[in-house]
Write a protein that binds this ligand. Structure first.
Ligand SMILES: Cc1ncc(CN)c(N)n1
Length: 248
């Protein structure tokens, strides 16, 4: 397995372009990973995730997360539609179309079944009002995708896949006790699965392909997308921990 096939670790080191116009070395995703080190570390160490790993997270906090995540997923799948729309080759168009159908018809059904184990009904999921952070995150992502190129779609989506894959695999590797909780273990198994890892892998590789040969101005915009949605990932954990809905 090459480094790039392991989305849970940063790909080979990145050096920026110099001021004589020479391009930087290494993978663009290494630069992205470096730029969010502190944000992702903040996610790993957020009480929502430390308590989820130890099994001490309260069920009402997790239920809040599940409901907001359902709202999130509805817009997340629309990003796949945008990916298919903005791609130029049939293979990438097909991959995004498959992801759309898989997520909409398989993963969201699994989410509904999993939510039932926490006493959340399907009606409750469907009628969940987006909390401010969920709304800001999903609308930012959809706007970035709608206004931009396929690179913007992928840069905005990448933290969703890559950070969750890293969270799932690091949890199981470093805190195997996370698999002991009768309800939360399923969550860790999903994000530590080979399927999820290969999805994150694919997205990392696509990002590097799309970044190849782009001028620094465009790379900087893609980096900004990636950093922004990474920050939203952090805020999503924090929102769920605080159960931060509208307070007015
Ligand atoms: C907020 C959020 N971000 C990412 C994922 C992983 N698809 C998720 N389920 N929810």
């Amino acid at each position: 397995m090459t480094k790039i096939d392991q989305p849970n670790q940063a790909p080979a080191a990145w050096t920026p372009a110099d001021n004589k116009g020479n391009p930087g070395q290494g993978k663009f995703t290494a630069r992205l990973h470096q730029s969010v080190q502190a944000v992702w570390a903040g996610c790993h160490e957020h009480p929502f995730l430390t308590e989820l790993r130890s099994g001490s997270l309260s069920l009402d906090r997790f239920a809040f997360y599940m409901k907001q995540d359902y709202v999130f997923l509805k817009d997340y799948v629309k990003m796949f539609a945008l990916g298919s729309l903005k791609a130029w080759d049939l293979e990438t168009m097909g991959k995004f179309a498959d992801l759309l159908q898989q997520t909409l018809n398989v993963e969201m059904e699994l989410h509904r079944q999993y939510a039932e184990k926490f006493g959340i009904t399907r009606d409750e999921l469907e009628s969940t009002e987006p909390a401010p952070v969920t709304l800001a995150y999903t609308k930012y992502m959809l706007d970035a995708g709608a206004q931009g190129t396929l690179g913007d779609v992928v840069a905005s989506l990448l933290p969703c896949m890559w950070s969750y894959s890293e969270i799932g695999s690091e949890a199981v590797r470093l805190h195997p006790e996370c698999l002991k909780h009768e309800l939360y273990r399923e969550w860790f198994m999903m994000y530590n699965s080979d399927e999820f890892r290969s999805l994150a892998d694919w997205c990392v590789q696509l990002m590097d392909q799309l970044a190849e040969g782009l001028p620094e101005r465009e790379l900087a915009r893609l980096e900004e997308r990636f950093v922004t949605t990474s920050r939203f990932e952090y805020m999503f954990w924090d929102m769920a921990y605080r159960k931060a809905a509208w307070d007015i």
